[in-house]
Design a protein around this ligand. Structure first.
Ligand code: DX5
Ligand code: ZN
Length: 217
């Protein structure tokens, strides 16, 4: 079970401090939400921010691209030091090619779908990817409520993993708190992104520990 704090909810004026804080608390990945103001109604970081944080942590950088024409930026994010690059099926007519490009860049490849997108949209790339991200909120902002219908998708992905021999991790992102993390874990998820729950707190330490407790059960 992996915990991936999302720096979307970190203090951008103190990114180094906030990244090293969760690293010390035993986080497994740093989740980096890249938004372009087109695919989602918010703007965040580009490759320069990824290369700036690359030397300050040993943790893998889990880069979630919420941008149109992701193919144009895959190489830049790979060069910047991303360890995993995850692309939205909805963001490109060529999801298969985008995944091939990520792998050709020597980076682990993830595919992600929005709450309104059915699993069938990514069925034909499941044999290629290292990670499948199921959005448990509509992407764009931290601090939204968990969307229940994601649980069925997680369970189906887990069943396909077992029956078809796929090797992807199943990641969830949005509205993750101990209660929803536990339900996602029971359905089959093994990577848990959490932004506001960890960072919008007086004690990120207690929050990471609370997540770890339910995930270790
Ligand atoms: C949403 C982002 C998430 C976000 C999650 O578009 O992909 O990674 O940071 O935030 P919380 O955990 O606050 O729902
Ligand atoms: Zn994300």
């Amino acid at each position: 079970m992996k915990i991936a704090p999302s720096i979307l909810s970190a203090d951008f004026a103190n990114l180094e401090r906030d990244i090293q804080l969760v690293e010390k608390l035993g986080a497994d990945y740093i989740h980096v939400d890249v938004m372009d103001g087109q695919f989602v109604p918010n703007i965040t970081f580009g490759p320069n921010v990824v290369s700036a944080i690359r030397p300050i942590t040993k943790l893998p950088l889990d880069v979630h691209l919420m941008i149109v024409q992701p193919e144009n930026y895959i190489e830049a994010f790979a060069k910047a030091g991303a360890d995993i690059i995850t692309v939205h099926q909805e963001s490109t007519p060529h999801i298969h090619r985008a995944i091939q490009m990520i792998k050709a860049a020597g980076v682990k490849a993830g595919v992600v779908i929005n709450p309104g997108t059915p699993l069938v949209a990514i069925e034909n790339v499941l044999d290629l990817v290292d990670q499948v991200l199921i959005m448990t909120v509509n992407p764009g902002f931290g601090g939204q409520s968990f969307i229940e219908s994601a649980l069925d998708k997680i369970a189906q992905l887990k069943e396909w993993k077992e029956t078809k021999g796929y090797t992807y991790d199943i990641e969830v992102d949005g509205g993750i708190i101990p209660e929803t993390a536990e339900r996602c874990k029971e359905a089959g998820a093994n990577v848990f992104v959490a932004g506001s729950y960890i960072y919008d707190s007086e004690s990120p330490k207690e929050r990471v520990e609370a997540l770890r407790t339910v995930l270790n059960r």
